[in-house]
Write a protein that binds this ligand. Structure first.
Ligand SMILES: Cc1cc2nc3c(=O)[nH]c(=O)nc-3n(C[C@H](O)[C@H](O)[C@H](O)COP(=O)(O)OP(=O)(O)OC[C@H]3O[C@@H](n4cnc5c(N)ncnc54)[C@H](O)[C@@H]3O)c2cc1C
Length: 436
């Protein structure tokens, strides 16, 4: 057989898997349907430091989590991203721009602000040039002997005791490639995971979200240091408008809504930038590009490795995998594919890794994340000002969900109507048990 391993998809998961497998001496092929390293799917590109999640910084205690965290060795032009929690060679050379982001901040309609950290000096993460990150990983994979075929879409995979047969199409036409194993890292809405039966028994989840992002030039950033800014303006939109840097040298503003909500996201962003309390920040700004994507709020695939195939990254869960998590999965999937090829139970080892690598495997974390209603859905503009002002005046810091749950008694006393809207009594009681 020509290849030991075929990897489908050249995002952070697939590119990392390709590099690791080739360095481990496997005969490896990576197929990517686009030009390798080119991205059209929207991603905010924030490489967060630390173990905190998207909705809560509380570390769950019900699952023995071994999450990948990152530390970054900053050079003048050449940086190194260390994936902590993995073997020491899980280090990625990165030559793109690094935009430090300091203090995620929620801003109310009248400009009250509440932040994740007490200090504006602690770096929370770095917004990276994701194309440069992928180009570097793919170049490393190629240098280690991986064959890269871009412009090549995988149509189907047949998995049998003899190995995998991978049907692909490219400008050269259709062909079937064979290998002993495959890693699929084809991102959200994976047709291959579906075809191979990985989604059997998986719940459809809590619906589908749509996102729209504008990349802008010449924006007046509202804080002296770079932050992820989250504007809450319920009278305009019942979602948040996010703003942050976009390397190299630009800005991103994005928002989201359920796909069942007919709201026009582009229209919301246009109103936000031209006719809202914040439009002054965008006087003279120019839209450079638009990006969109959808995401299913689906629970993860539990057994992501089966037969001769391992599912990696977003195809097995939704966005909380994130860039660092996808790279971690790619690295481990390559390692455990090699173990399987050497006759050991690589699938069991990968499934054990996967089930302990992410917050979304913790019922406690999920309850905490879902126990608080979204501010922009539950409150009016005036109530949002009162809530964020209340947090700001008390000098509280943290993620809103954590702060609301942890200060609920004080909130109930000071702002009972707002507390009642954000923490319905049933869920409040449920969460009390969950975090005890
Ligand atoms: C709105 C949004 C914001 C986000 N913001 C952040 C953030 O700030 N920070 C962060 O770390 N993460 C963020 N994420 C998550 C992050 O984008 C993903 O978790 C990560 O990119 C997953 O990597 P992946 O390799 O699994 O998949 P992807 O990055 O989706 O890569 C999949 C690759 O497979 C290729 N492909 C697909 N099908 C085929 C096929 N049939 N044949 C060949 N190739 C194929 C695609 O072209 C693509 O290159 C965000 C996600 C969303 C939706």
């Amino acid at each position: 057989m020509k290849y030991d391993l075929i990897i489908v998809g050249g995002g952070p998961g697939g590119a990392m898997a390709a590099r690791c497998a080739a360095r481990d001496g496997l005969k490896t092929l990576l197929v990517e349907k686009m030009k390798a390293g080119r991205i059209t799917r929207f991603c905010s590109r924030d490489l967060r430091l630390g173990a905190g999640g998207f909705s809560s910084d509380t570390i769950p205690t019900d699952v023995n989590l071994k999450r990948v965290t990152v530390t970054i060795e900053v050079g003048s032009r050449h940086h190194r991203i260390h994936l902590q929690g993995l073997p020491p060679d899980a280090v990625v050379d990165y030559r793109g721009e690094l935009n430090p982001v300091f203090n995620e901040t929620l801003v109310s309609p009248s400009g009250r602000a509440f932040s994740r950290d007490h200090s504006n000096r602690d770096i929370e993460g770095f917004v990276v040039d994701k194309e440069q990150l992928l180009i570097g990983l793919i170049a490393d994979a190629e240098a280690a002997g991986c064959v890269i075929r871009d412009g090549t879409r995988c149509l189907s995979i047949e998995d049998s005791t003899d190995g995998v047969r991978v049907r692909v199409t490219s400008d050269a036409g259709e062909e079937v490639l064979s290998a002993r194993r495959a890693i699929i890292a084809d991102g959200s809405f994976s047709m291959l995971a579906e075809q191979l039966g990985f989604n059997e028994g998986r719940s459809p989840g809590r619906g589908r979200i749509k996102f729209m992002n504008l990349i802008l030039d010449r924006v007046k950033f509202p804080f002296p240091e770079w932050r992820r800014v989250r504007f809450c303006l319920p009278s305009l939109h019942n979602g948040i408008v996010n703003m942050g840097p976009w390397p190299p040298g630009l800005f991103q503003i994005s928002t989201s809504a359920s796909v069942s909500n007919e709201v026009n996201l582009q229209g919301i962003l246009t109103t936000f930038t031209t006719n809202s309390p914040f439009s002054e920040l965008f006087t003279g700004a120019k839209v450079i590009a638009r990006q969109a994507c959808n995401m299913d709020l689906r629970p993860p695939i539990r057994e992501a490795a089966r037969g001769n195939v391992i599912c990696v990254g977003d195809n097995a869960a939704f966005a909380e995998v994130a860039i660092k998590g996808a790279m971690g999965c790619g690295y481990m999937a390559a390692r455990f594919s090699k173990e399987a090829l050497e006759g050991r139970d690589g699938n069991a080892a990968y499934n054990d890794y996967w089930q302990h690598a992410f917050n979304f495997f913790s019922p406690q974390y999920n309850r905490r994340a879902n126990s608080v209603r979204k501010i922009t859905e539950a409150l009016t503009d005036g109530e949002t000002d009162d809530l964020i002002g209340w947090m700001e005046d008390r000098g509280i810091a943290g993620l809103p969900n954590d702060v609301i749950v942890e200060h609920r008694e004080q909130l109930e006393q000071d702002l009972p109507d707002i507390c009642g809207k954000l923490l319905p009594r049933e869920q409040d009681r449920g969460d009390r048990h969950a975090v005890a």
